[in-house]
Design a protein around this ligand. Structure first.
Ligand code: DP6
Length: 346
């Protein structure tokens, strides 16, 4: 027999960025962060986990049809934690099949280009962890699964929840309190939209994992960002979401993206994720907001030149419309996608 379970997990895009690890092994961050989970329909990873005593002896992982190395510490940590939870259940009930002793096979498909640098590791590890948890019939809560997914990729812990999601940095050295939490469900502020602009020069030249390590080691701006700027903005952002105050949400989103990219520039050697294409998008957002006389659009950039523009549905024509008219391939943009923000079913 082959035992099998499937799930999907959506991409999340941070409005307060995670950048810096206090423990690289457990993936414990130097600051809390906050993101919006995107709609499942648009950007998500679909994963099937299976196990069988008849499988070849080692675990395997296939992503978009190609075989991946599972020997890395992050994947191993997720497999190990999930197996331990399953084993504890098996030890208490002799009638259960000993799935924890069987080799695992994980098959994942992204419905968006993995190479485009669109937070694929977040959806990927969130789906991997939940698929195996389903396969093992674990009673684990999304909070518990977020603690495991964090060890695969930090940002993945936030994709275990839908809507508006925080990741509490925590203080325990074993990482037990470094977990995701839901700030508000998507239904609380359902007219939030995200426009994804994919730049042609989309390949990351510095991975987030190595980039943040170099920032922690060399940037002098980093310490005040982690200790003062982000804690203050976490409070401002949660308040903006509770009050559905788009101007505050947008301003903090843009300022935190700017702060993150400033610490990247302050890293030695410097890290440049934004390019001329990205800066053109920033200018379009400023033009839109100036014309509106208030903030109706907000940009944010992760570890690459792609832009994500947040706006409210009622401003669709003014924001997405202008973007579609203003930016084309000649400016370096190869893809545009507007996604409704919806809960992931939790
Ligand atoms: C800029 O979660 O990819 O997107 O924990 O090393 O896998 P690892 O890093 P990762 O970093 C994401 C960085 C970011 C900001 C964010 O999503 O909060």
């Amino acid at each position: 027999t082959i035992h099998r379970a499937s799930t999907t997990a959506p991409v999340n895009i941070a409005v307060i960025k995670y950048w810096g690890k206090r423990d690289p092994k457990l993936n414990l961050p130097t600051n809390s962060s906050l993101s919006v989970t995107l709609s499942q329909a648009d950007l998500r990873t679909h994963t099937t986990a299976s196990c069988s005593s008849s499988y070849p002896s080692s675990d395997s992982l296939i992503l978009n049809g190609s075989s991946q190395d599972v020997s890395g510490a992050r994947t191993q940590a997720c497999f190990r934690e999930l197996r331990a939870l399953r084993k504890a259940i098996e030890d208490g009930d002799d009638s259960l099949p000993k799935l924890s002793t069987f080799p695992l096979k994980v098959v994942s498909e992204n419905n968006f280009p993995t190479a485009a640098g669109l937070a694929s590791s977040a959806a990927g590890f969130a789906a991997l962890v939940r698929a195996i948890a389903n396969l093992y019939e674990l009673p684990s809560s999304p909070t518990e699964l977020s603690r495991i997914a964090r060890q695969g990729s930090g940002s993945a812990c936030r994709s275990l929840f839908g809507g508006y999601v925080g990741w509490e940095q925590g203080s325990a050295s074993d990482g037990s309190d470094s977990v995701a939490f839901q700030v508000a469900p998507a239904a609380h502020w359902p007219n939030m939209r995200a426009l994804i602009l994919v730049a042609s020069a989309a390949k990351k030249d510095v991975s987030s994992t190595s980039g943040m390590q170099t920032t922690v080691a060399t940037s002098s701006l980093f310490a005040s960002r982690a200790a003062e700027t982000v804690p203050r903005r976490m409070n401002e952002m949660q308040k903006a979401i509770q009050e559905k105050d788009f101007e505050a949400f947008g301003k903090v989103t843009m300022m935190d993206s700017n702060s993150f990219h400033a610490t990247c520039l302050d890293t030695y050697p410097p890290i440049f994720y934004l390019n001329d294409t990205s800066r053109a998008a920033i200018k379009v957002v400023e033009t839109i907001n100036t014309a509106a006389g208030k903030i109706i659009a907000a940009y944010t950039f992760d570890a690459g030149p792609n832009a994500v523009i947040y706006y409210l549905e009622e401003n669709e024509a003014k924001v997405a419309g202008l973007f579609k008219a203003a930016l084309g391939e000649k400016d370096g943009w190869v893809g545009k996608r507007g996604d409704a923000i919806e809960a992931n079913g939790e």
